[in-house]
Design a protein around this ligand. Structure first.
Ligand code: SF4
Ligand code: SF4
Length: 348
């Protein structure tokens, strides 16, 4: 374990930012947003969640895949370059790092998404334990430990310093590269770090959403959950705005389009939302024509089909973004709570 004194944080980030693209949370009008570091930027490390997750840095909202051109009457295909340059993400939360593990299951199994893969290989995740998890957080329901986040290097904030632990070889190489800013930890430092982690776990154990139950969800529940009549009432006030999918660190649906630039055609992909009426519309129409079907799909994907197909991994990490952003409060917590409440009631 190493430590970084807080008064050296700026110099540490500056050195990283001069050697590679570095992304940090920065306070904007709409909330904290991951932004490329520059000397003018002030990192906001107190925000428990950014408006959008750092998923964008690995799976951008819009990206070109290849360009078509005709030259001397022949069709040329110019593939898009993959990420080659190392970059770092500082201040990512454990839930968002866990979300990347879920995305790995989707994008890194055959057929591998080479765009995502290149970014994952080049990105270094410096995650930060959540000193102040809030009332919308429920990451522990999905086996996250907010005091010991996943990532390449995990940081725990103390009163005067950050404690840093390498979790991967990539993380160790990163700490070695910037070792001049770090000092080794002695036993009192390790005790101080453990105390901070114990405080975080104690806060997490008191959060109002800590006891959400996943009973009745997961692999093998398709038949029981799919035909549940309660989807009708639950989905009634959904606006189909797609906010929940766009802020979610795990949602990964996208659409493919072509854009005619006037001297070629760019084939690109951009995020899409299963909550939209025209999502996956085909020549024969849409296979989920009703709002209820679309709403049900989102939660069945996260809570049943996802874990069934991805070694038990749920498609939610409890980051709380949809909880704070859904304009109709029809988020995943409502689904879990309302269905559970009625089931418990029925048992009485
Ligand atoms: S569940 Fe909420 S955020 Fe999602 S589409 Fe419906 S209204 Fe919008
Ligand atoms: S479903 Fe909601 S709480 Fe779960 S990961 Fe997505 S945005 Fe976060």
């Amino acid at each position: 374990m190493k430590k970084l004194e807080k008064d050296r944080l700026s110099a540490f980030l500056q050195q990283i930012g001069e050697e590679m693209p570095l992304f940090v949370p920065v306070q904007k009008e709409e909330g904290a947003v991951f932004t490329r570091w520059s000397p003018e930027v002030t990192p906001q490390l107190g925000a428990v969640r950014t408006v959008r997750s750092p998923k964008d840095l690995f799976f951008p909202q819009c990206e070109a895949l290849y360009t078509l051109k005709t030259e001397q009457g022949k069709l040329q295909i110019a593939p898009q370059k993959r990420a080659e340059e190392p970059f770092a993400v500082f201040g990512m939360r454990g839930c968002d790092a866990r979300a990347l593990q879920v995305l790995d299951q989707v994008f890194l199994t055959e057929p591998v998404d080479t765009f995502y893969k290149a970014r994952r290989e080049n990105g270094v995740l410096l995650t930060l334990a959540c000193r102040r998890p809030d009332t919308a957080c429920f990451c522990t329901v999905f086996q996250n430990d907010p005091a010991d986040p996943l990532g390449d290097v995990c940081l725990v904030e103390g009163d005067t310093c950050f404690f840093l632990m390498a979790k991967t070889e990539k993380g160790q190489a990163f700490l070695d590269r910037f070792a001049s800013f770090l000092t080794p930890c002695e036993e009192p430092d390790e005790n101080a770090c453990r105390k901070e982690q114990a405080n975080i776990r104690a806060i997490a154990a008191r959060l109002p959403l800590r006891d959400l139950s996943l009973e009745g969800w997961g692999p093998g529940q398709t038949d029981a959950r799919f035909s549940d009549p309660r989807w009708d009432t639950l989905s009634k006030n959904c606006l189909g705005c797609g906010t929940c999918t766009f802020v979610c660190p795990v949602c990964q649906c996208y659409d493919l389009h072509d854009y005619d630039t006037g001297h070629g055609v760019i084939h690109y992909r951009c995020w899409d939302s299963c909550m939209y009426e025209d999502f996956t519309r085909m020549s024969a129409g849409n296979n989920r024509p009703t709002r209820m079907q679309r709403y049900r799909q989102r939660f069945m994907h996260k809570l049943v089909y996802g874990p069934e197909n991805n070694n038990g991994m749920y498609g939610c990490v409890g980051c709380g973004r949809c909880v704070v952003k859904c304009p109709s409060s029809l988020h995943i917590v409502q689904v879990l709570r309302k269905m559970r409440k009625e089931e418990e009631h029925a048992k009485l």
